[in-house]
Design a protein around this ligand. Structure first.
Ligand code: ADP
Length: 202
């Protein structure tokens, strides 16, 4: 099975790209979705997080207050590393479990990992696909989508790996600085290419 790692900075258009591959019938394993599922009420990972960060990270319904936790670890790098030490191995193990369960008829699959390069998880994939957009475009899309301020968007972008470093790690690049039709055309061209590569791998 050919495994493609999909990554890109916040607001680059990763989720939009992933959805388009899905409509073409490509299985997508999403690391963010896995991260969210791991901290659902009743999950052992949630208990581990609460043990470490305290029960004030729960809302009144017993769900993880993700915004509060995010804010806390954003301000304290050591705590950020602690949270990553809890979450990353579990997310990685779940990605591997899902890869093992994929049907071989799919030909190829995508793993969407926003922090693929930052986490050094390239070993999970055979090719790295980067969705790239200019910084100003990232800021515009993120502030519109998430209702955050320009400063908050800039802080997130600065916390991620630099655009050039990400591009250097790429085997394939989608340039998402045009309209949605231009984005879809690039996805469809890559889909053909990946199908051919997967066929050759058989
Ligand atoms: P990411 O997952 O990389 O953070 P998204 O795919 O969620 O980014 O895109 C961020 C926002 O920008 C979304 O609201 C999305 O609909 C919009 N968007 C992405 N690409 C384009 C584009 N080419 N044209 C217009 N809007 C776009």
């Amino acid at each position: 099975m050919l495994i493609i790692g999909l990554t890109g900075g916040i607001g680059s258009g990763k989720s939009t790209v992933a959805r388009h591959f899905e409509t073409l019938g490509v299985p997508v394993i999403d690391a963010d979705d896995i991260g969210r599922q791991l901290v659902e009420p009743g999950q052992p990972t949630l208990a581990t997080i609460i043990k470490h960060f305290g029960s004030n990270m729960l809302d009144d319904k017993g769900r993880l207050n993700r915004a509060r936790l995010r804010e806390q670890v954003f301000r304290h790098p050591k705590q950020r590393r602690d949270l990553e030490a809890i979450l990353h191995p579990r997310i990685r193990a779940e990605i591997q479990r899902r890869i093992a369960n994929l049907s071989p008829v799919c030909g190829y699959c995508l793993i969407s990992v926003p922090l693929l390069i930052e986490s050094g998880w390239q070993d999970l994939v055979q090719r790295v696909l980067v969705v790239d957009a200019p910084r100003e475009t990232q800021i515009r899309r993120t502030t519109a989508r998430d209702g955050i301020t320009r400063r908050q968007a800039e802080a997130i972008i600065t916390s991620q790996v630099e655009r050039d470093t990400r591009l250097q790690a790429a085997d394939d690049v989608i340039h998402n600085d045009g309209d949605l039709a231009a984005l879809q055309a690039q996805v469809e061209a890559l889909h053909q290419r990946y199908r051919q590569l997967a066929e050759r791998q058989r």
